[in-house]
Write a protein that binds this ligand. Structure first.
Ligand code: SF4
Length: 247
């Protein structure tokens, strides 16, 4: 059965995962969108950067895949997470996919770095009623470091946080901790202050920087910028929690 009139609208995805457990509550289907305009120095998925590449799929095709996962999605209290790449770059496709999921009463989450196109900013509010949970990846809280680390402005991320707060939307914040890059005492104190000032951020977690995607840079003919930096280990996370005063 066709689930919405625009179910034929297409988008570009990198991949589809049927069984995710870290990107929102319960067991989740995860759609990794193709395309990102960030250029994070520690990106482990540079193969998701190129817009228009990947696989072209219709909303209906994705919904059919999700349907096959519904029994364990529903029984685990899970849902669907739209990740990337950057899902906010394909806003028309994203909206239709979210609508299709909501029509089926499926819990929806968007995993984003808030690296949307500025020309799309006014369209973001229209997505909010269709999203149960945002998972926002904050890369740095110092504006110069953020620009250096991601090529995008911190201001855009902060505006997105304001949009979520003003609309009383629940969201998580995740921070990839990169030793000697974004883990100075000052960085962590400011991060803690930011998170504590937010009303609708219902979960915060540090993710340990790793280098498992380093080979993808080489494969794409790119030089890995953080080759002299080590992965984060448990003691780095413990230190970060203490300095940022996170529980
Ligand atoms: S936002 Fe994500 S996908 Fe885009 S460059 Fe940064 S880490 Fe990579």
């Amino acid at each position: 059965m066709r689930i919405c009139k625009d179910a034929k609208i297409t988008g570009n995805i990198h991949s589809f995962e049927t069984f995710g457990v870290h990107e929102g509550p319960g067991i989740r289907s995860i759609v990794f969108f193709q395309g990102c305009i960030g250029r994070c120095l520690y990106c482990q998925n540079p193969d998701t950067w190129e817009e228009g590449a990947g696989r072209t799929v219709s909303v209906q095709e994705i919904v059919d895949k999700i349907d096959r996962c519904l029994p364990y999605i529903v029984s685990s209290g899970g849902g669907v997470t739209l990740s990337g790449g950057e899902p906010l770059l394909q806003i028309g496709f994203l909206r239709q996919l979210l609508s299709a999921c909501k029509n089926k009463q499926i819990h929806t989450a968007i995993d984003t770095s808030a690296f949307y196109r500025l020309s799309d900013e006014l369209k973001l509010s229209g997505l909010l009623p269709l999203v149960d949970l945002f998972i926002l990846d904050v890369k740095a809280v110092d504006k110069n470091l953020h620009q250096r680390l991601t090529s995008k402005t911190l201001e855009q991320v902060l505006r997105f946080i304001t949009l979520l707060e003003d609309n009383k939307k629940q969201y998580w914040i995740r921070y990839v901790l990169v030793p000697e890059v974004n883990d100075s005492e000052q960085d962590l104190k400011e991060l803690g202050e930011l998170v504590r000032s937010l009303h609708y951020c219902c979960n915060f977690e540090f993710l340990a920087y790793h280098t498992l995607g380093k080979h993808k840079w080489k494969h794409l003919g790119l030089d890995y910028p953080l080759k002299n930096k080590r992965p984060a280990v448990l003691r780095d996370i413990k230190r970060a929690k203490q300095l940022g005063v996170f529980n």
